[in-house]
Design a protein around this ligand. Structure first.
Ligand code: CAA
Length: 258
């Protein structure tokens, strides 16, 4: 399907979405967020796709919500239209794994969308920040909550209160990104990781994602109970039988997503 603000491509069993508003550093306009939701819906519905990579350009993953588009909106405008919740949260609600491949600026809503993904691979030139305070507002797409869970109170508070950016090395040290890779191999590396995930059993991958996400939403005891029930339920799948049989027969498993 042709889009105006993103490019959506199938790379084998991986869906690649590239944010594509280069003149505005991929500022996240309503139209762009709408297209992103449509592309995610399409990849979620496509049985051939096992994982999704979300990336931007070499200069910017995304420089935040579109400031020019929102600057004159009133309280009633943003409240009534459920700004952010309607649309943006689609990323966080994906059931298939979504990997953010971040080069350049991931600021404000850009940082927040990256954090809605399941993990972040960063290029060496990546810069993360929540500069909303310098605009007279505060993060509105989960930044104060997700950044704090990723990097702890002290660093999150400093970043949200000052708007200071964090480079890739600091982001890796702080646990915001899973790995830093050379700029030129970012998308290739993200596709490789996504393809590895897409080659596993899709239902078990989704259960694993659900279980890890639960760690952010509940107590340790409840989280462990949730994990245990999912673990037990994998024994009702053909893929668990295939995976363990293949190991015992010293061959690669042939998962059927059943
Ligand atoms: N919204 C709209 N347009 C944006 C934008 C944004 N968030 N970020 C950059 N642009 C546009 C600029 O207006 C400029 O357009 P023109 O060429 O037409 O003037 C173009 O992108 C290039 O930007 P710069 O000239 O500023 O590029 P630079 O290299 O000098 O600076 C930057 C890069 C540091 C990222 C700077 O653009 C910047 O500070 N951007 C804004 C970052 C920001 O504050 N983000 C938070 C937005 S609020 C938010 O996201 C709320 C939320 O939580 C949901």
């Amino acid at each position: 399907m042709p889009y105006s603000h993103i490019i959506a491509e199938k790379k084998g069993r991986v869906g690649l979405i590239t944010l594509n508003r280069p003149k505005a550093l991929n500022a996240l306009s309503d139209a762009l967020i709408g297209e992103l939701g449509q592309a995610l819906d399409a990849f979620e519905a496509d049985g051939e796709i096992g994982a999704i990579v979300l990336t931007g350009s070499e200069k910017a993953f995304a420089a935040g919500a579109d400031i020019l588009e929102m600057k004159d909106r009133s309280y009633i405008d943003v409240y009534s239209s459920d700004f952010i919740t309607r649309g943006w949260e689609r990323v966080a609600h994906c059931r298939k794994p979504v990997i953010a491949a971040v080069a350049g600026y991931a600021l404000g809503g850009g940082c927040e969308v990256a954090m809605m993904c399941d993990f972040i691979l960063a290029a060496e030139n990546a810069k993360f920040g929540q500069p909303e305070i310098t605009l007279g507002t505060l993060p509105g797409a989960g930044g104060t909550q997700r950044l704090t869970r990723f990097v702890g109170k002290s660093k999150a508070m400093e970043m949200c209160l000052t708007g200071r950016m964090m480079d890739a090395e600091e982001a890796e040290r702080a646990g915001l990104v899973s790995r830093v890779v050379p700029n030129e191999s970012l998308v290739e590396e993200a596709l490789k990781v996504a393809d590895r995930i897409a080659g596993l059993s899709q239902p078990i991958v989704m259960m694993t994602k659900e279980a890890v996400n639960r760690a952010y939403e509940t107590t340790l005891a409840e989280g462990i109970r949730f994990e245990r029930r999912l673990f037990h339920s994998t024994f009702a799948t053909e893929d668990q039988k295939e995976g363990m049989t293949a190991f015992s027969e010293k061959r690669q498993p042939d998962f059927k997503n059943r």
